[in-house]
Design a protein around this ligand. Sequence first.
Ligand code: IPD
Length: 274
Amino acid sequence: MADWTDCLDFGISLAKQASEAVLTAFNRQKEVKLKSSPADLVTETDQRVEKMLISAIRKRYPQHRFIGEESVAAGEPLELTDRPTWIIDPIDGTVNFVHRFPFVAISIAFTVNKQTEFGIVYSCVEDKLFHAQRGRGAFLNGEPLHVSGQEDISRCVVVTEIGAERDDLALSTLTSNIFRLLKLPVHGVRALGTAAVDMCQVATGGADAYYHIGMHCWDIAASAIIVKEAGGVVTDTDEFDMMSRRVIAASSSSVANRISQVVRAFPCRRDCGG
Ligand code: IPD
């Protein structure tokens, strides 16, 4: 079996460099542009950090391919092949970054034959580095991570995101999902504004479940393997598919199943394939 540890170590060193760039810009005035909706934002730092990551990786691994949030926004094709592929979100939580709400992350996943080999999520302001490698466990700042193992939905803290969708169907579906969860009841519903960091809360056991409809593969590819390697379950309505724009991550399959019974999806165009 190929060992991708060299790539993982390189990815971690780059995530640390990227984090420095994000933190330097964090308290400064930003020039903000809109993408797909009035709540889908991009700054010069998102674009610069993504370019920095891709050019450093390309220099070291010229055969590797990339799916990067800002490259796709600029018109690059979003295509996952069997070739080694880095899936990059330079700043997950751009709205937080713009407002200086202190949860922003660099998210880097690496796939081979369409299977995720490792994931790195660096929550910059908190200085928390999450990573996991397939079959080798999940870690936070080098310490092993384990999900809570909670099986009873009525004792769960559930994390979710509203996302950038603002059309009536999406908003009514998203808000009624939260209503139905609260009525189960669950202990609480939370949202930090970054899918990657939200999902890592499940890996730490600080939250018991996470679900999201409408995010993209770069938001959750790295945290999905971190949750799995921490002993959690990652599903869609069926098997996990990082391109489907739906995800449930949970501390146990009973909690994942219960959430999938309660939560409704609204139509979203797949990221690619299928
Ligand atoms: C966004 C964040 C946010 C989620 C959105 C994502 P971005 O990613 O993860 O929490 O609600 O759906 O698009 O745009 O900040 O990289």
